[in-house]
Design a protein around this ligand. Sequence first.
Ligand code: CA
Length: 747
Amino acid sequence: MTISARTLFPLLFASLLLFGCSSKDPEEPARETSPRLTPADVDGELLATGGDGSSWVAANFNYQEQRFSPLDQIDRSNVSRLGVAWTAELPDARAQEATPIVVGRRMFVTGPWSKIFAFNAVTGEALWSFDPEVERSVLRNTCCDAVNRGVAVWRGRLYLGTLDGRLISIDANTGAQLWSTQTTDRSQPYTITGTPRVVDNKVIIGNGGAEFGVRGYVSAYDANDGRLLWRFYTVPNPEGEADNAASDQVLRRAAARTWSEEGQWRESGGGGTVWDAIVYDHELDQLYIGVGNGSPWNHGARSQGRGDNLFLSSIVALDPDTGEYLWHYQETPGESWDFTATQHIILADLRMPVRDEEGGIVEGEDGEPRTESRKVLMQAPKNGFFFVIDRTNGELISADPFIEGINWAEGYNLETGRPIENPAARFYRTGEPFISNPGPIGAHNWQPMAYNRETGLVYIPANIAPQIHVPAPGEGPIALGDIGFNTGGDWSDINLPRDEEAIRAAISMVTGQLVAFDPVAGEVRWTADYPTPWNGGIMTTAGGLVFQGTAMGQFKAYDAASGEELWSMDTQSGVLAGASTYQIDGVQYVAFTTGRGGAFAITAGRADRAREIPNIPRLVVLRLGGDGRLPPAPAGDERRLDPPESTGSEAQIAQGQRLFNRYCLVCHGEGAVGGGVNPDLRFSGILGDSEGWRDIVIGGALRSNGMPSFSSAFDGSGANAIRHYVIDKANWDLERIRARREEEGEG
Ligand code: CA
């Protein structure tokens, strides 16, 4: 469908009456707007373009997923006049990862526990909300918080994937559930955090869970009734049987021989979950899925160190009608570092240099490089290289680093399409620990990037966060099927030493960047540096702007061409999700959420400089001349560490530390320092109460909050050892805090 220009004077006039500030603020004349667009109008034709930008109808704007808005009322010259139009408080202080979707005058945003909230996009009036009532015990199956990255809109309905694996269809006008179908086996640790995509009345959805042991797949359901239409498994059936699925043939023909006969994948399912990028190419009628890491991570344990393990860490093109395989490109063969290829994929047509057979650039008669238009897809996955791939056939065009200091590979051989690896990276072969850059949170994670057609640059929310991989001898990996994070590596000893200088040195290596990357030249054009990783997703506009929120609690606008910071606001809380923009009655708005959490905030503990930033779940909407205010900032966290005296024996504390690192670290933070999402155990009121502690850790007393019983992993004396470790660690931290205060007091 197309959006026609309409005469909107009555509505514009009404909005002026409601918002006196508009009259004080001479805006540009209204451009084409479509406030009468309704969710019923969202179909394949609208999704192909995203319309004129007055609405933001899909998580990443349109089928190309460029996150580029054609709106330009807010531009370089006036962005400093952005102010608050309205705000809405959201209920759950966990990671907010969804971009607000706007259709006409309605806004839909999802939050933790897979809840949906609908608002009037102009006034902020709450219209309805939907809570699928996800059982909180599912939290134990999440690697990365109880998050959700958004709904799909299609012909009057919303489609939601829930943390416990349901796909739900909802009436966009009323919030009423129309149908619900379970897409996963509830007896296995599958979760859904990603956004469904709708293609020709088929709802496509994947899942997550590779850290706990599952086999990845993507499915298509009938948008009308939730009937399963096809399923594509990303890795072979560990039982060696056919699945009677669309993937059967290609798994038998091409993938099976890339896996070992023996190996833990037979029990753990192999991984390869499709938890984020699913992109529809309406020009070529192809679907691209980004496939995740192996289960377990360690290639030596998973597949005896043998084989590429297709289709792990690959982009796979499928026929959207049938789910049949079309082509694939594997970014990280024999994946062993949690290097997913699930990250955001952007489609574009780029003028790329013509290359000869040796890969040299071909010059024209004028001496300038010859160029040709190519249909490409672009991805900046965890492994640190920016991939440009010919989407007609999966051919690798270029793979260039988008962060500095990548050490697992020095680059890619463009002829074979394979990485040129550093042998030390295969820690299971060398038997030596390997400090990998990027680490498992990736040089880029789920936070969406954006492509600005006018500057030709891709803007990537990048992380510089190395992490050590320790081969499995020693305490060894967590047994398969047991409770806990199963990576096939030894996590028992990986925490930083109790040495102030070593801690500071390690933390100083962990930072974040906004990277403006030229996909044609394969080069970084400019960067903005942040003190911590895990900053927000990106949105870019025809106003020449790049918008990004930060972990440290700002929302910023940059000049898309030069990288100059043009404007910044204090958001009181960290920002993770990408913003959206829309225009109603002649006024352009920018919308985003605040709220901390997700993988890095939960696990990184003391390396996370943002952990003291308040966690405020809130929707914030801005406009030029907006004169609203954020609610008053909460008082600072007044909690003081006050642990009981440390009475555990040295052996007990050491055992507790090993158990903590294996079983507790992933949720409660490295070094027992909480990230402001799950409880910081050093502050626990029952540290001195060994029975109360045991009731929770062994007895499962807080099961309904998502804290499971660990009785299958260790007994009461193990739980007590963990308690003694946390007490000891809290006392050690308290000493450091006191010493620092004295230093500051004297200085
Ligand atoms: Ca993973």
